[in-house]
Design a protein around this ligand. Structure first.
Ligand code: S3P
Length: 432
């Protein structure tokens, strides 16, 4: 079994940047609301900044008033205007899919939405089909169900949808389409995906009627006025340092002010089941979201079953969870995760290829992969596949083992966590 002798100074404190999902949503909801909003804790990274730039092209004014703080002035949903140039969402699937819903429901707005080479490969049929059924005029300009997307916004109809995938991006896309057209939506999914959009809607005074945890409806009017959005640290970014803390040989790591939405904390549930010593302190609520501080202690981990129902709540954390699996008794196995193939990269392929490069014998399946207990690793060159979470996961492995693992292009980290390498350098310096 692999082990690390990395020593973390006791009480080493990490602040992770603002939640990416909430940062995108703060831009979208402050754009829909009339008047002045205030955003605090915004993730200053490429993905949410691209979404912000796109909405400034629709006539919303974002003024930076401090580190991670913005004042927003919006004419409200009825006052948004057509952009004069393409809306470029870069690497951000959440940005383009949620915005596509919002813009589809805005009568008279015409826009082309696009992104980088990774985003232009990602499936958009999952939103194109239900949006079209709602009455939207949206099409894939490449003709293959992918971005660029052309939207002629119009009044949509009330809609009822049972989603074949547990995806918060699909759910939020349709919710935003209903909100911008001021019509009802009834939505059902088979497993609960992250419910940030529901929480923000409630926080802004909107009504959600739940028939079960996975089935709800929303009804107009959706006339929001400006509000104060406070964004906690991103648990998906914290996950890298939680795993780092657990796999270190000595010390204790604290991560302050992390979002603990129950639909996002599957990573904590699984790591604890694996034997991880993790404590939560100072639990509190802000803007309809649970937050708290996390303490992590070095732990011996073992393989556990990961059931299908937990997959939506760990969907972004599977790469770093796999790194924890390299240090686990009996190895690691993940199944029921076919949607990993539709992320910033095909994350099943990216993980399998990279693990093989450093000497791990991995079995690849359509919906996951597995390996038995790992004795040692070889040096190797990791391919990031234009995917921030692949780059960061292997970066953590490299630091823990102080091995010659190189990452071909770690600039992708900037899409979600620009200070990631600075925190690693602080840890490295404290360990010398
Ligand atoms: C997100 C939802 C998830 C997640 C993505 C962010 C969101 O995607 O992977 O990073 O903010 O709604 P899916 O809903 O497509 O699973």
């Amino acid at each position: 079994m692999l082990s690390s002798n990395f020593r973390i100074p006791t009480g080493f404190h990490v602040e992770v940047p603002g939640d990416k999902s909430l940062s995108h949503r703060s831009v979208l909801f402050s754009s829909l609301a009339s008047g002045r909003s205030h955003i605090k804790g915004f993730l200053e990274a490429e993905d949410p900044k691209n979404t912000m730039n796109c909405f400034s092209k629709l006539g919303v004014e974002f003024r930076k008033i401090g580190n991670t703080e913005y004042e927003v002035n919006s004419p409200g949903r009825a006052g948004l205007k057509s952009p004069v140039s393409e809306l470029d969402f870069g690497n951000g699937g959440t940005g383009i899919r949620l915005s596509a819903g919002l813009i589809s429901g805005l009568s008279g707005i015409r826009a082309d939405l696009t992104g980088d080479a990774s985003l232009r490969k990602r499936p958009m049929k999952r939103i194109l089909e239900p949006l079209s059924k709602m009455g939207a005029d949206i099409k894939s300009l490449s003709g293959d169900g992918k971005a660029p997307l052309r939207i002629n916004g119009r009044q949509l109809n009330s809609f009822s949808y049972h989603s074949p995938i547990a995806s918060a991006q699909v759910k939020s896309c349709l919710m935003l389409a209903a909100i911008s057209s001021n019509v009802s939506l009834r939505y059902r999914e088979d497993e609960l995906s992250r419910d940030h959009t529901e929480n923000i809607l409630r926080f802004l005074g909107g009504k959600i009627v739940h028939d079960s945890p996975v089935e709800f409806s929303i009804h107009p009017p959706f006339d929001f006025s400006g509000s104060k959005f406070s964004i906690p640290g991103d648990i998906s970014s914290a996950a890298f340092f939680i795993v780092f803390g657990l796999l270190s040989g000595k010390g204790e790591l604290r991560i302050g002010n992390v979002g603990l939405n129950p639909a996002r904390t599957g990573i904590l549930t699984i790591l604890k089941r694996m034997g991880g010593k993790i404590e939560i302190e100072n639990e509190r609520m802000e803007c309809g979201e649970k937050i708290g501080d996390i303490r992590v202690f070095p732990s011996e981990l073992r393989k556990v079953e990961i059931e299908a129902a937990l997959i939506p709540s760990i969907i972004d954390e599977i790469p770093i969870l796999t790194i924890a699996g390299l240090f686990s008794e009996n190895g690691f196995s993940i199944s029921h995760a076919e949607d990993l193939r539709a992320k910033e990269s095909d994350r099943i392929h990216s993980m399998v290829i990279n693990l093989r490069k450093i000497g791990v014998e991995v079995d690849e399946k359509a919906d996951g992969y597995s390996f038995s207990e790992v004795g040692s690793l070889s040096d190797g060159m990791i391919e990031s596949f234009m995917d921030h979470r692949i780059a960061m996961s292997f970066y953590i492995l490299k630091s823990l083992l102080k091995k010659n693992i190189h990452i071909d292009d770690d600039s992708w980290i900037d899409t979600s966590f620009p200070d990631f390498k600075k925190i690693i350098s602080r840890l490295d310096a404290a360990n010398e």
